[in-house]
Design a protein around this ligand. Structure first.
Ligand code: MN
Length: 482
């Protein structure tokens, strides 16, 4: 049935800007304080207080604007969005309405099938977060924590350009990577630093007109976004196919039941009685600031991925994951810097394979890695110059994880250096051949596979340290001449 229907999704991302203080007050934005300890008179909406704009949020919004190829408004205006809720003591949220700071832009999505989809971004505006209602702290009563009130947010709004739940999740991930590269958001999903609302509708394939949409609010996991949209799409198709209609409304996703539920009826912009906030002057975004920010833009994830593939010869399977986390890309690049002679592919394999595997087991993030990029580079150099085999390198790496020091020190202390001098290898081989007359006879009678028996014996005798290529060379020579 789905083949006849097209999914149409647009998302609104609430990105918490990583400033020390709030957007209109000097209170701290640090997460996890005792309730209401980080809410000053402005955040509490005490009469007579006035908001003062935090300059930092303007710079951060401009950064995002550049990254999505958007126009930065020369003048933007803060507006009051009026609604009543206990966690909003002023009775309005300061947001931007008719004149947002960032105008139209786009983000290119690279999908698994190698196709690229350009997703339009309609706008990005600055606003303050509300407080939090707590319903489970006191029996029969609700509590209000205003620590989060006034935390700066950048709301990024896309056009209805996403065509599946999966695309919406890919977009969310890509944006999540982007804001961390820009250094404007810590990206902490559990703490709510990055939240997604999805507007979902369906229409008959070929129809131009958009269907009626439902908005799913406040999701903070990529997986939930994908599941919630999937559920919603099927709910709507089912309604329409049974002759019913979709009602425009706000819905909540329940991950335990994997379903969306109606929360409230639709609101229109008119309901909020937006008007320019008379307490705040229009913001003139200085051209010099816009230019200055542009000059100091970091390499963006998409460009980095492209460079890894074009210049380092990595495939998407390596470049994609390495770039997805700024920490990982950093680590990888530092390893390459310290070991320029090691091929990038080998560096990538070790970072994504051994290192990530070990960190995962130890429940550590890259930032807390017990092995530094320089140390990993030191190990890879020893594989590269033939001092140790790849197999022995893994046990050296385990030693590094256990804090035994640099690769060279561990190789020395454990006597792991690969035996590459011909004399020593010959001595071992002579001894083994002399001790295995039956196998030598078998080989000479044409049983080629006995060769591997000899290789195995030599490696055993040298505790895996003999250079395997040399062992084969010397063995071939000796067996054919004996
Ligand atoms: Mn908002």
């Amino acid at each position: 049935m789905d083949a006849q229907w097209e999914t149409v999704v647009g998302v609104e991302l609430h990105v918490q800007l990583d400033t020390d203080s709030k957007i209109f007050s000097g209170a701290s934005t640090a997460y996890g304080a005792e309730p209401n300890r980080q809410a000053c008179a402005v955040d509490l909406a005490m009469p007579g207080t006035l908001p003062v704009l935090n300059r930092e949020v303007v710079t951060m919004a401009v950064k995002l604007g550049h990254a999505i190829n958007a126009e930065i408004a020369p003048v933007c205006v803060f507006a009051r969005k009026n609604y009543f809720y206990p966690d909003l003591p002023k009775g309005y949220q300061i947001s931007q309405y008719e004149q947002p700071i960032v105008g139209e832009g786009y983000l290119d999505l690279h999908l698994d099938d190698d196709s690229v989809r350009r997703i339009g971004i309609v706008r990005a505006h600055l606003e303050e977060d509300a407080g939090k209602s707590i319903h489970d702290a006191f029996r029969g009563q609700s509590a209000v924590d205003l620590n989060r009130a006034g935390t700066p947010l950048l709301e990024i709004v896309t056009a209805p350009d996403l065509r599946s739940a999966h695309e919406a999740a890919v977009f969310m991930r890509e944006m999540h990577t982007l804001v961390r590269y820009l250094g404007i958001c810590d990206g902490n999903l559990q703490e709510g630093s990055f939240r997604c609302d999805a507007n979902v509708s369906v229409r008959r394939r070929g129809d131009e007109k958009l269907g009626t949409r439902a908005e799913i609010k406040n999701m903070n996991s990529f997986r939930f976004v994908e599941r919630a949209i999937d559920f919603e799409v099927h709910r709507q198709i089912h309604l329409l196919e049974s002759g019913d209609r979709v009602v425009q409304e706000t819905r909540l996703y329940d991950p335990d039941k994997n379903e969306t539920r109606s929360m409230r009826g639709k609101e229109e912009a008119e309901d909020y009685r937006y008007f320019p906030d008379p307490d705040l002057l229009p913001v003139r975004v200085d051209e010099a600031l816009v230019a200055e920010v542009k000059q100091h833009m970091p390499e963006l994830p998409a460009d980095k991925r492209e460079r890894y593939m074009a210049e380092l010869g990595l495939g998407l399977a390596d470049a994609g994951p390495l770039v997805s986390e700024p920490d990982w890309a950093d680590f990888f690049e530092q390893v390459m810097q310290h070991a320029p002679e090691v091929p990038p592919k080998r560096c990538a394999n070790w970072v994504l394979g051994e290192l990530m595997g070990a960190l995962h087991k130890m429940h550590l993030s890259m930032a807390d890695s017990p092995v530094s990029p320089e140390q990993l580079a030191g190990l890879l150099k020893r594989i590269e110059d033939g001092s140790i085999s790849g197999k022995i390198a893994k046990s050296v790496f385990d030693g590094m994880l256990a804090g035994e020091g640099d690769a060279d020190r561990i190789i020395e202390a454990r006597g792991l250096k690969q035996i590459s001098d011909r004399g020593s290898i010959e001595t071992v081989i002579d001894k083994i051949l002399a001790g295995s007359p039956d196998q030598v006879a078998q080989f000479q009678a044409g049983e080629q596979k006995v060769f591997n028996f000899f290789v195995g014996q030599v490696m055993k005798e040298t505790r895996g340290q003999a250079n395997p290529a040399q062992v084969r060379d010397v063995l071939t020579e000796k067996l054919n001449n004996s």
